[in-house]
Write a protein that binds this ligand. Structure first.
Ligand SMILES: Nc1ncnc2c1ncn2[C@@H]1O[C@H](COP(=O)(O)OP(=O)(O)OP(=O)(O)O)[C@@H](O)[C@H]1O
Length: 482
């Protein structure tokens, strides 16, 4: 992978940031008839389309939800691994936005958004993205770590506002994700009176041969491909920065992978290729290598979630009514700041939240048929402490980071599609508690031989014994909360 030509010259960065204008937005169509629905499907309704569709839609909805609910960066426990093409090249790191030598107008945009310092991924990726000659990059870091802001800044930095044609092209997997990213570019470019942004998304109909003047285009692969080829609205040969965002979601969407590669093939060799992903399984990596030749690689590793600070118990019950009684007993015996309760189906979640409400609890219910906006609003209310109990199915529970959650109840244990223990989901669920060094409590409700078997699989997987709790014995429950 090493090449002789690698040069990451920070002192040359100025040359990439010399001319800027303001950002004028070509607005996306509002509520266009063919706008993709924001509702997360992907559950039973989509069965006829097969499991791939389910996965795709959930991933895109989850990703959108993450974007909507992330207000702060996960900054503390991350480590960066930077794999550069030339091992001899220095690892550049910038500690302040000033050190990036951004144009003043861009700096103003950054500070106006409330950013004081670059996040880890920004600190590492931006010097590479702004280097001369342009460097290709594959970057992976979890959701909410500042990737979008990083490449938005890179695109804005590369644009020459005097040139009235599209110079930067960014593709995102869905209509909504493209809009969210567009918003970040709009905000960041607030102080640049000449730079314009256009949305290549369904519903934004332009005539064949229209010569687009916007320097930045954000869109979905299908429409971008049409604009570059059939409709000749963008001249791909004039693109100098190509960003592929959410690569992991992209490949889960049928057709997007091919379309992305077709777009990439139309771009000139010297075009800078940047690819971002929140996760990096093999399939993403293979795709990334096809899209980004000769890449620098940045991976931001999150510290492993650990079960060490979480006390885990199980409760033996015969049916869901007994599980509910056990739950009430736990609530009667210990003070719970906030709790998350996971159910296997929407039906159980709905039933449970109704029962808890009857008992006088203020309950929030989150389930798969809700729109992403509705989910984001519920999660926000829960984070603000307006409700103390969140009952949820698994569908939408990732990305919920609530510090005050002290108890996680697995009303139903997580299982994979083959009916075996879903260890990763278990870790993720109970990892909601016991954060930031606080001690957490996780209680698993067992109501059948099968669920006991699942629990045993989980114990074995994590090599950790889960003790039995007698919820009829109030003293015993009190003890576990100490
Ligand atoms: N340097 C920074 N300082 C403070 N906040 C920041 C900084 N960079 C980004 N943010 C904010 O952090 C949140 C997450 O950033 P961003 O959306 O760029 O993350 P992401 O890694 O792209 O997430 P996703 O994978 O979900 O797209 C946003 O609210 C953004 O405004």
């Amino acid at each position: 992978m090493a090449t002789d030509s690698w040069a990451l010259a920070v002192d040359k960065q100025e040359s990439t940031t010399d001319s800027f204008g303001s950002l004028v937005i070509r607005s996306p169509p509002r509520g266009g008839g063919d706008a993709a629905p924001r509702k997360a499907k992907g559950t039973t309704k989509q069965v006829e389309n097969g499991t791939k569709v389910e996965e795709k839609e959930d991933k895109a909805a989850q990703s959108l939800l993450n974007k909507m609910i992330h207000t702060s960066l996960v900054n503390t426990t991350n480590q960066v691994e930077v794999l550069q093409r030339d091992p001899k090249s220095p690892l550049y790191s910038v500690k302040t936005f000033e050190e990036l030598r951004l144009k003043d107008e861009l700096l103003r945009g950054v500070y106006d958004m409330g950013f004081n310092r670059p996040s880890k991924i920004q600190e590492n990726a931006l010097p590479m993205m702004l280097a001369e000659p342009p460097q290709n990059l594959i970057a992976q870091s979890q959701s909410g770590t500042g990737k979008t802001a990083a490449f938005a800044l890179a695109m804005l930095s590369h644009v020459d506002p005097a040139n009235k044609w599209t110079q930067c092209l960014c593709i995102a997997p869905t209509y909504e994700l493209a809009l969210q990213t567009g918003k970040v570019i709009e905000q960041m470019g607030k102080f640049y009176p000449e730079v314009k942004l256009a949305y290549a998304i369904r519903g934004n109909k332009l005539d064949r041969g229209t010569k687009l003047q916007e320097q930045i285009v954000i869109g979905t692969p299908g429409t971008v491909l049409d604009w570059c080829s059939k409709l000749k609205i963008i001249d791909p040969k004039k693109i100098s920065v190509f960003v592929l965002d959410e690569a992991d979601v992209m490949i889960a969407t049928q057709g997007h992978q091919d379309q992305s590669i077709r777009i990439q093939r139309m771009l000139p060799n010297e075009c800078q290729m940047l690819l971002f992903s929140a996760t990096f399984e093999d399939s993403v990596w293979k795709f990334a290598e096809r899209v980004v030749p000769d890449p620098n690689i940045i991976k931001l590793k999150r510290e492993e979630e650990t079960l060490d600070t979480i006390k885990q118990y199980y409760v033996l019950c015969n049916d869901k009514d007994e599980k509910f009684t056990a739950l009430c007993n736990i609530y009667g015996a210990i003070t719970i700041a906030q709790a998350m309760i996971f159910c296997h189906t929407r039906r159980t979640a709905g039933w449970l939240s109704a029962e808890l409400t009857k008992e006088g609890h203020v309950v929030a219910l989150l389930s798969g048929e809700m729109t992403v906006e509705q989910r984001a609003a519920i999660i926000e209310r829960f984070r603000e402490g307006k409700e103390k109990v969140l009952v949820t199915t698994n569908v939408c529970s990732r990305g919920i980071d609530v510090e005050q959650v002290s108890v996680v109840i697995n009303f139903d244990l997580p299982i994979d599609k083959d009916g075996n223990a879903d260890n990763e989901t278990y870790l993720h669920r109970i990892g909601r508690t016991g954060r930031f060094g606080k001690r957490g409590l996780a209680v698993n409700m067992i109501d059948s031989k099968h669920s006991m078997n699942i629990l045993n699989q989980i114990e074995e997987h994590f090599n950790k014994k889960i003790n039995k709790l007698d919820t009829d014995d109030l003293d015993e429950i009190e003890k576990i909360s100490n």
